[in-house]
Design a protein around this ligand. Structure first.
Ligand SMILES: C[S@@+](CC[C@H](N)C(=O)[O-])C[C@H]1O[C@@H](n2cnc3c(N)ncnc32)[C@H](O)[C@@H]1O
Length: 288
């Protein structure tokens, strides 16, 4: 028999969050389990609703520990690509606040999940976060030039990439967002061990091959969190992305839609890489 699930309201989930000590370890895993999930069975918990978390409790606990260790004594500029019902964002903001860390929160989402009925109250939660957490929200599709314009000149210490879960989409988000990382910032990929979206794991492998260091928190084959260090402004990332894309093209020969999406993403990666390549060439010529 499947485990019995109970339903929780958003306000009750917040009360639980505010009453818990939020110190990483087994009690935090239990707290997270009690905050309510978007799909209790999928996210290995027994409470439906509440924050509508889309996280495996053990994995989120380990991410919490990692983030507190890194940013114990300085402010954090946080960007989330793809917020869903804002559950991870709310959890992290409460975690940082509880540990005396100032967090500036930004998020980008094209509200695709709301349109497709995959999350119940996305816009309401975003509005709540704007009002209560000072969230800066941009209703943008990360594949558009508008998103690139929005990103220009911004810098973040932590970027969680959890939007488009295809290989092409996640690769594009990763390459683009790496350009907005602070020098010692980290890029976090969600779903790196998920069987439902293997493309994300492939992107993690590509980024891992050039990252200074990588850590993986995985307690299930439905999610998995990958943390990448040393990706800020890394020229090798774009080269690795292009070569992985070309390698993939062979396997997609008969899958026209995916191939088209990949081609668009590769074109975008090249466009992004071009200014730097031209600058380097000009510098080489000048010195010659
Ligand atoms: C899995 S959910 C994110 C869950 C959220 N990070 C959390 O931890 O609760 C994916 C989100 O990405 C958004 N999304 C998908 N493709 C996108 C794109 N190309 N640009 C912006 N947002 C996108 C969807 O609307 C959805 O809200």
């Amino acid at each position: 028999m499947p485990p019995q699930t109970t339903a929780l309201s958003f306000d009750d989930a917040l009360r639980r969050l505010d009453a818990a000590p939020l110190i990483p370890g087994p009690p935090l895993v239990d707290t997270i389990r009690g905050l309510g999930a978007n799909n209790a069975a999928y996210f290995r918990t027994s409470v439906e609703g509440g924050l509508e978390l889309q996280q495996i409790p053990e994995e989120l606990d380990r991410l919490a520990n990692d983030l507190l260790t890194r940013f114990g004594d300085r402010p954090v500029r946080y960007l989330e690509i793809g917020v869903g019902s804002c559950a991870t964002l709310i959890f992290l903001s409460r975690l940082w606040a509880r540990h005396g860390i100032t967090a500036l929160l930004a998020a980008v989402d094209n509200l695709d999940y709301q349109r497709r009925g995959l999350v119940a109250s996305q816009q309401m939660r975003i509005d709540w976060c704007i009002e209560h957490l000072g969230l800066e929200f941009a209703d943008l599709d990360t594949r558009t030039p508008d998103f690139q314009r929005w990103l220009t000149g911004r810098q973040f210490d932590v970027i969680l990439v959890d939007g488009d879960h295809t290989f092409a989409g996640c690769l594009w988000d990763t390459v683009t967002c790496a350009g907005a990382l602070a020098p010692d910032g980290i890029l976090v990929l969600h779903d790196v061990t998920s069987k439902a979206c293997p493309g994300v794991g492939e992107v993690f492998a590509v980024a891992q091959s050039v990252a200074g260091a990588a850590h993986m928190f995985s307690a299930a084959d439905t999610c998995g969190i990958g943390v990448l260090e040393g990706l800020a402004d890394h020229p090798e990332l774009i080269r690795a992305a292009l070569s992985a894309s070309l390698h993939r093209v062979d396997r997609l020969e008969h899958r026209a839609a995916e191939l088209t999406e990949l081609t668009a993403s590769v074109r975008a990666v090249i466009t992004r890489a071009l200014p730097r390549a031209l600058k380097e060439r000009r510098a080489r010529r000048a010195s010659a």
